[in-house]
Design a protein around this ligand. Structure first.
Ligand code: ADP
Ligand code: MG
Ligand code: MG
Length: 888
């Protein structure tokens, strides 16, 4: 039960009471108290909402009396009386939760009107205004208060009647409808209410107010509000406040109006007021799109006096809140009122520019600037974009898996993409697949963008897309992908190979035809902002996951201080190497295997040399071969089919059959828990000996050329110290041999990846054999939960929806479980090796709340894909300052 005051006059509140009064209520109070023109009113607290829902949807005892007392105060201030036909006070009833949930819960305007008041008012005020207000009120209250229980009484139904009326009158604009017609529309509305509900539209002002207030509380649990909260990860239990406020009228004539504005440009950040307004209009008219609003700059010409007031208000608000504000205002007979303000939503580039500008203007400190920007928004600073004013046609929607915009011709296989796209004919292509697998990498890299029918945000396509900054729409179930076309299921529209499509990866939009795309620029503001982040981040490092010199170079440009994960097997997938890798795997004796390995050594040495050169002495954690070998082999099912098809024709292909036999021999029921990681190194020690040799020869070459190289050789998937000891001892011998042969000293070390729970639990034993640990939180999460990462999409979605889990543990570290294992490992490792170097290289290393966790538990660095490096830098700076903007 609420223990404190439940109804707060605006004058008694302030912005620190956001939890209790909701964002809207707290800011209305704040604005009133700094002297801005806010119509008076009061807020019923969020606690009442919680009580209301807990008490079987009953308003708590005594609340009505508190409301009446507050109402009396407003009446006194304005000299008007609620429900009095001679001088009526009219009210707006508005929801307002702690976090803004735009459009999720409704507003009722002009409350307090009834037949008698309307008749009386129409004698003293413009009848058109009076009936326009009444028709809006009947529509809004019916929608908000009764549409849950009765059909055909939503805003939409009433708007339909208004539309029919306009059609009958032969007009298109609301303003062209005369007073008489609006009056008869009100009668039609009331008749409609009786017909639909069997009851008269309430005429008693207090009954109206009760209905509106309870409806707002009820609306907290309407479907769209619940969906919105889920998406935004807003707690269901916090409830909404109700704001009851005296009306001011923007629909009272041509010297009245209503509008919305941002104190700076929300898409570019430019310090110019940005807004739209409509004269002679009320409430949602501006955003609803029935009339085209005018740019706010027009107001400066139309009414310079009002514009000046507006401009001054924007200025006062920014100086007071020290942030860009999003405001709603109304003008009544040449007087300006402000009805709402909140911190304005903005794009990544705008967020950075505003923060930098405001520091320079002396409005905020660098600390404020750093804690204010959501790190995830930085992705938008790095990708090609569709210019803000572009118009385009969205034909389907999927998951925003890899942000950025892309245009190209649709192609349906990776080979075709490689042939036509980057590195091939150089055309712009969009790779469209039902889903993707590691084989599609070359096609993805050749494409401007990727579209898949299946797969979630952690699917292969999404992972690669984020890693490489490829605009991607994944899981687009609105399309069905064939071998040379896709179909938009809803419309049957077919898009064939060679037709232009575009993707807006940031929003998950699939667009027909071409859209203009601009390269994002690393603007001066962005660079400056990131350098501030680094000042606060201090010694906590940010590295990158990169497997090629090109990626490494990109990551360094984006601020990476080394490589935290270099996956050697990615080098095995590339074109000419694959057959050599297969020969190595299929070898029937050591000599044969060694021939293939010697060939691979040449490749890998050059790979590492290239990477060390680019790194210029920065450290590089190289993970030795990790995946099950079948990943390098042809697909088993496909081979079975091909061999069967040949047999059916009475033919045979001995080579293919031998391959099938080998692949069958390697088949594992559960390869992710099978022969992989250090187990491979134990069974086939020659592979990792070759890799160690390649690493050290590559490093030596760089050292000989006058550079430096710091290889950290990482042995994956260790669960028992003996695994690590066994592999390490052999590789130490290889390393020592190479160093002797090369005659230069290389600063190398051996360590392991902590990704098996047993490894974490016995970290004190393992640390004896390891100079460093890198937490492989993808596998660690997979094995701690026993969730297959590649199959978890199907149950994790319902898990999150049903609140079994607060979120996807593959996106953000499960701090209580997986995180506890990390803490145990750190604490145990420190007992035997206080200076052990600790990092993380799972996907989590670029996710802001996980970065904060890693900072807090004492890791030395995080490592993430190149495009996430700036995100991790900012998240680390926020962690160092003890704050994160994304805390909900
Ligand atoms: P939302 O949260 O959806 O923006 P609001 O509660 O802000 O809903 O109300 C929507 C619109 O209703 C406001 O932008 C404003 O135009 C109008 N409105 C709200 N309260 C008043 C009022 N007291 N006087 C005049 N118009 C109002
Ligand atoms: Mg609003
Ligand atoms: Mg792993």
């Amino acid at each position: 039960m609420a223990t404190q005051k439940r109804v707060w006059l605006f004058r008694d509140g302030n912005r620190s009471l956001r939890d209790l009064l909701g964002g809207k209520g707290a800011n209305l109070a704040e604005m009133m108290n700094i002297g801005l023109p806010v119509p008076p009113g009061f807020t019923i607290t969020t606690e009442v909402c919680t009580d209301y829902n807990a008490n079987g949807r009953q308003l708590p005892d005594g609340l009505i009396d508190e409301i009446k007392a507050a109402l009396a105060d407003v009446e006194k201030e304005l000299g008007k009386t609620f429900g009095d036909p001679n001088n009526p006070l009219l009210l707006s009833v508005r929801s307002g939760a702690r976090f803004s949930m735009p459009g999720m819960m409704d507003t009722v305007l002009n409350l307090g009107l009834n037949d008698e008041i309307v008749n009386a008012l129409s004698l003293v005020a413009d009848p058109r205004f009076v009936y326009d207000s009444y028709r809006r009120f009947i529509m809004m209250l019916s929608d908000v208060a009764y549409s849950d229980h009765y059909e055909h009484i939503t805003k939409h139904d009433f708007e339909h009647m208004f539309y029919d009326l306009k059609a009958k009158l032969g007009v298109t604009e609301d303003l062209e409808v005369p007073a008489e017609s609006l009056k008869s529309l009100c009668d039609d509305y009331k008749a409609h209410v009786i017909k639909q509900t069997g009851k008269q539209f309430p005429q008693d002002a207090h009954e109206q107010l009760d209905a509106a207030i309870t409806a707002v509380f009820r609306s907290w649990n309407n479907e769209r509000a619940i969906i919105y909260r889920r998406k935004e990860k807003i707690d269901d239990s916090i409830g909404t406040a109700v704001n009851v406020q005296a009306m001011v009228f923007g629909n009272r004539g041509d010297d009245c109006g209503t509008g919305v504005a941002f104190t700076r440009n929300a898409s570019t950040g430019e310090n110019v007021i940005f807004g739209e307004y409509l004269m002679n209009a009320q409430g949602e008219d501006v955003v609803a799109g029935v009339r085209t609003p005018m740019p706010i700059s027009e107001l400066a010409k139309q009414d310079p006096v009002i514009y000046k007031q507006f401009e001054e208000t924007c200025d006062v608000l920014e100086k007071h809140y020290k942030d860009m504000q999003d405001i709603e205002f109304t003008i009544e007979h040449g007087k300006f009122y402000i009805l709402q303000c909140r911190s304005g939503k903005r794009t990544g580039p705008a967020a950075v520019r505003i923060a930098v500008d405001q520091v320079k203007e002396g409005l905020i400190t660098k600390e404020d600037a750093i804690t204010r920007v959501d790190p995830n928004l930085l992705t938008q600073c790095l990708l090609p974009v569709i210019p803000t004013n572009a118009k385009y046609n969205v034909i389907a929607r999927g998951l925003p898996a890899g942000p950025g915009a892309a245009t190209g011709v649709a192609v349906f296989s990776s080979d075709r993409a490689a042939e036509l796209g980057k590195g091939g004919a150089g055309e712009r292509v969009i790779l469209v697949r039902a889903d993707t697998n590691p084989d599609d990498l070359k096609g993805m890299l050749a494409a401007q963008g990727v579209l898949t029918e299946r797969g979630g945000m952690t699917s292969h396509a999404a992972l690669v897309a984020r890693g490489f900054g490829i605009p991607t729409v994944a899981g687009c179930s609105e399309i069905s992908v064939g071998s040379d076309h896709f179909v938009i299921k809803a419309t049957g529209q077919i898009v064939k190979e060679g037709e232009f499509i575009s993707l807006n990866g940031g929003l998950g939009e699939v667009i027909s035809g071409q859209v203009p795309v601009e390269e994002a620029k690393m603007t001066g503001d962005f660079g400056e902002y990131m350098s501030w982040a680094d000042e606060f981040r201090g010694k906590f490092g940010v590295r990158t996951n990169a497997d090629t010199p090109k990626d490494t170079e990109l990551a360094i440009k984006l601020g990476a201080e080394g490589i935290g994960l270099c996956r050697t097997e990615h080098m095995f997938f590339e074109g000419e190497r694959r057959p050599v890798v297969q020969r190595m795997i299929l070898a029937t004796n050591d000599a044969e295997r060694q021939v293939a390995l010697d060939e691979l050594l040449e490749f890998q040495r050059e790979d590492f040399k290239g990477i060390f050169e680019v790194l210029g002495g920065r450290p590089c954690t190289v993970r030795l071969i990790d995946p099950p070998l079948h990943e390098f082999m042809p697909n088993r099912e496909k081979l079975i089919e091909e061999v069967a098809a040949l047999h059916a024709l009475g033919k045979s292909d001995p080579e293919k059959e031998a391959m099938l036999k080998a692949v069958e021999g390697m088949h594992e029921i559960n390869p992710m828990m099978g022969l992989r990681g250090c187990r491979l190194s134990i069974v086939f020690p020659q592979i990792v000996e070759m890799q160690t040799r390649a690493i050290l020869e590559g490093a030596s070459a760089v050292v000989k050329a006058g550079g430096s190289a710091v290889p950290e050789i990482m042995i994956p998937l260790v669960g028992h110290v003996n695994e690590l000891r066994f592999v390490r001892q052999r590789l130490e011998a290889t390393a020592a041999a190479v160093v002797t042969e090369q005659g230069v000293s290389v600063d190398y070390s051996f360590g392991t990846m902590i990704e098996v729970p047993r490894g974490a639990l016995t970290a004190d034993e393992i640390a004896v054999e390891a100079s460093f640990f890198s937490f492989g939180t993808n596998d660690l999460t997979q094995m701690t939960f026993g969730f297959s990462r590649d199959d978890s999409d199907r149950f994790l979605k319902p898990y999150v929806a049903e609140k079994i889990l607060p979120g996807d543990p593959f996106e953000s570290i499960d701090q209580d479980g997986v995180g506890q294992l990390m803490k145990i490992a750190i604490q145990k490792a420190h007992t035997v090796r206080p200076d052990i170097k600790l990092g993380i290289c799972g996907e989590h290393g670029g996710e802001p709340s996980s970065v904060k966790f890693c900072y807090d538990i004492g890791l030395n660095y995080v490592s993430c894909s190149p495009y996430r490096v700036p995100i991790a830098r900012l998240a680390a700076a926020q962690a160092a300052l003890g704050k994160g903007v994304s805390d909900k």
